[in-house]
Ligand binder design. Structure first.
Ligand SMILES: Nc1ncnc2c1ncn2[C@@H]1O[C@H](COP(=O)(O)OP(=O)(O)OP(=O)(O)O)[C@@H](O)[C@H]1O
Ligand SMILES: O=P(O)(O)O[C@@H]1[C@H](O)[C@H](O)[C@@H](OP(=O)(O)O)[C@H](OP(=O)(O)O)[C@H]1O
Length: 456
């Protein structure tokens, strides 16, 4: 981390900006994020690109034929970002409060609510990014003297001029509008109190080398962001894959809330219908809505989350093509084929990935952070390029939560409501076996983690 920034971060921390400030931030940040996203959407009016489904047959077809999706190119330019200073924090809190009150859930007293744009504590109605990036404009405030970066959306990767090539960026999963460019090989991610706490706790943990560098909270256009390393920055036309880890993709508290105060979501019903018109039950068809845990569980059984403890979320290949619809990719055979294709069957790359995963596995086994956190919805980001450099990082701690004092997790035993197990290690084991089957190393790289009984 550059010294200047480190100093400023320390100063912010000492001023109490890191751990405090937004006590009920988990709720607020999601709403803030949604409003910011809406505003951005209004500004950008970017169009969604419908991606073709990516099944086994398509794996075998040329990726060049796949739909081109907009990529983000980050170019140095004037701009207006700065780290949050002590005096700003009250403003941030105030703005979060304002945004929360603007969008707070109305209490009707009814036991079941049908809401198109609201869900429980953790959800919102943002469109998913899924590889097609919304055109983002950075603000043009010239009063700031610090250099900034400008994002432009391009449609075809090869159009990027040579000097900008390495700065191209893609978002394979997650919520649209969650990312902005940061200076000097960094990016900004929409603020999440939970994720911020995770990044802070990861400092000094054995996992620190396997997560993006974290440089604190910064403010941009009135919103707080987490400032972190852009993992793509040192690669040349990287191939990228996002694998969401674990057997469960929703928090226990989401299940509890859905039980106590079910909220029916039409958008999730529609997403379900799009994949399989027979998936909703007759009652769900009647109400034309489902609860979020119902949707999430259906997604898990449809994909390999349930059976293997991980699933592929998205892939971008060196030629710039992206595929992000792996909702129905479940079998070992399909996943193996996708990995083979992703790594262009290059044994150097596959071996590098495998040994990187073995290191991650080792680190996880001795990590105090991992022991004491329920890791939900976190991904492994695989990145390689034509130099055969291949790296894997853990990303996305938005739903990674600390356990009560004294409690630890095994990460391999079956989940039952209340035990908070996430199946992360079991999923990693299966992932390593998948990669191992494509190399001579088989599964000898890693330590075996015994199977979970599939959840009902
Ligand atoms: N530090 C990083 N460097 C490079 N790319 C990143 C980085 N962090 C995230 N990405 C890209 O952004 C995508 C989404 O990241 P992430 O999962 O953190 O977002 P999210 O909005 O929290 O997702 P979700 O909604 O699933 O929780 C990843 O798939 C990856 O393509
Ligand atoms: O991948 P899909 O099929 O698009 O489904 C989404 C995905 O499971 C996300 O992980 C989840 O966000 P969180 O992880 O943040 O809960 C989102 O919930 P949301 O619609 O409430 O944002 C789902 O809609």
């Amino acid at each position: 981390m550059p010294k200047e920034r480190e100093k400023r971060r320390k100063a912010s921390k000492e001023a109490g900006l890191s751990g405090a400030g937004i006590s009920d931030g988990f709720v607020k940040e999601r709403r803030t994020s949604r409003r910011a996203s809406e505003l951005r959407d209004e500004l950008c009016q970017a169009k969604e690109v419908k991606l073709s489904e990516f099944n086994t047959t398509q794996v075998q077809t040329s990726m060049m034929e796949a739909l081109r999706v907009p990529q983000v190119t980050i170019t140095p330019d004037g701009g207006c970002s700065r780290e949050i200073q002590q005096e700003d924090w009250a403003d941030v809190e105030g703005s979060l409060r304002r945004k929360l009150s603007n969008s707070s859930i109305s209490s009707t007293g009814s036991s079941i609510m049908l809401e198109e744009s609201e869900d429980d504590i953790l959800s919102d109605n943002e469109t998913k990014s899924k590889g097609n990036i919304t055109l983002e404009h950075l603000c043009e405030d010239t009063s700031e003297s610090k250099p900034w970066w400008k994002i432009k959306t391009i449609v075809n990767w090869p159009f990027v001029s040579p000097q900008r090539r390495n700065l191209s960026w893609v978002q394979l999963a997650g919520h649209k509008g969650n990312f902005k460019a940061g200076g000097e090989g960094t990016i900004l991610k929409k603020f999440s109190e939970n994720e911020k706490l995770c990044f802070e706790r990861l400092q000094g943990d054995v996992l620190q080398d396997f997560v993006p560098g974290y440089y604190g909270v910064v403010e941009r256009d009135g919103d707080p962001f987490l400032h972190m390393t852009d993992l793509l920055v040192n690669f040349d036309r990287p191939s990228v894959m996002d694998c969401k880890m674990g057997v469960r993709t929703y928090l226990e508290e989401e299940v509890v809330r859905a039980r106590e105060r079910p909220k029916l979501r039409r958008d999730l019903f529609d997403k379900m219908l799009e994949v399989d018109s027979e998936a909703p039950s007759p009652q769900e068809h009647l109400q034309r809505a489902v609860t979020k845990p119902r949707y999430m569980q259906w997604r898990e059984t449809l994909s390999s989350t349930h059976t293997l403890g991980f699933r592929i979320e998205g892939i971008k290949k060196a030629d710039g093509t992206c595929h992000t619809d792996f909702k129905k990719t479940r079998s070992k055979e399909d996943i193996t084929q996708i990995f083979r294709d992703f790594a262009t069957n290059n044994t150097n790359i596959l071996n590098s990935y495998l040994s990187k995963l073995a290191k991650i596995q080792q680190a996880l086994m001795s990590s105090e952070f991992f022991k004491r956190h329920e890791v939900i919805g976190s991904s492994l980001l695989f990145i390689h390029d034509h130099t055969d450099r291949a790296e894997v990082w853990l990303i996305d701690f938005g739903k990674t939560t600390a356990l009560p004092e004294g409690q630890t997790l095994d990460h391999s035993i079956p989940w039952q409501e209340g035990n908070r197990e996430d199946g992360y290690m079991w999923g990693l084991d299966n992932l390593m076996r998948t990669l191992g089957s494509l190399t001579n190393k088989g599964t000898s790289e890693g330590k075996k983690h015994y199977c979970l009984v599939p959840m009902s």
